[in-house]
Design a protein around this ligand. Structure first.
Ligand code: ADE
Length: 230
């Protein structure tokens, strides 16, 4: 079974709307929908925002559903001038930019006593997602790179630049690094797919309703095409 953690209500609703043999179960205040999507066994859930929710959600997918892989979709702020609102970033790896044990001599982002600070995403899964996205969503750009996560919405140029300098990440969001860590600890492959919603600084506001509609369209198209390709 493939675990899909979606971010947006309408995105999860769009995927659930296409599922067959659907059933649901609640745990930790999250609703897990199981069934078939494009003939693949899937479990789809909305984790809620932030690293704690995302971590709990991923561990439940492992323990209760024995998922073979985890795919996380959602939105992110761009950290690269070439990556525009609406474009898609696929994870090569994920870091937690708000982990700071530098006072103990650790590098920024390094979780004490863990052997890595970058949790590598599944390369094959990522490559396949990129190919499929370029096929089904040719009107937007698809990037692959590092995703930086933290329990902060970044809307300040100085904080944004610090994250770029410290982590060389392509985008910033609030869940991927936790999902990546849980996947790493449980030895399962993962990939994060993010549609860019903003520039992670105080630049002009986006027309969020229009963006969200497009992002949901792109992400659901990608997910369905990916599952169909298996
Ligand atoms: N998700 C979307 N945009 C974001 C930002 N600027 N910071 C953190 N999470 C986000």
């Amino acid at each position: 079974m493939i675990g899909i953690i979606g971010a947006m209500e309408e995105e999860v609703a769009a995927l659930i709307g296409e599922m067959k043999e659907i059933s649901s179960k609640e745990k930790a205040s999250m609703i897990f929908y199981t069934g078939k999507l494009m003939d693949q066994e899937v479990v789809i859930v909305r984790s809620g925002i932030g690293k704690v929710n995302a971590g709990i959600c991923t561990q439940i997918l492992v323990d209760e559903y024995q998922v073979e892989s985890v795919i996380n979709t959602g939105i992110a702020g761009s950290l690269d001038p070439d990556i525009n609102i609406g474009d898609i970033v696929i994870s090569s790896d994920a870091v937690q930019h708000d982990m700071d044990a530098t006072g103990f001599g650790y590098e920024k982002g390094q979780i004490p006593r863990m052997d890595t600070k970058e949790f590598t995403a599944d390369r094959e899964l990522g490559k396949r997602m990129k190919v499929v996205n370029e096929e089904v969503n040719p009107d937007i750009q698809t990037f692959m790179g590092r995703i930086a996560s933290g329990d902060q919405f970044i809307a300040d140029g100085k904080i944004k630049n610090d994250i770029i300098e410290e982590f060389q990440a392509k985008c910033v969001e609030m869940e991927g690094g936790a999902i990546a860590q849980v996947a790493y600890l449980n030895h399962i492959p993962y990939v994060i797919i993010r549609a860019i919603s903003d520039k992670a600084d105080n630049s002009a506001e986006v027309d969020y309703p229009t963006f969200e509609k497009q992002a949901i369209l792109h992400v659901t198209r990608l997910m369905k095409a990916y599952l169909k390709s298996l």
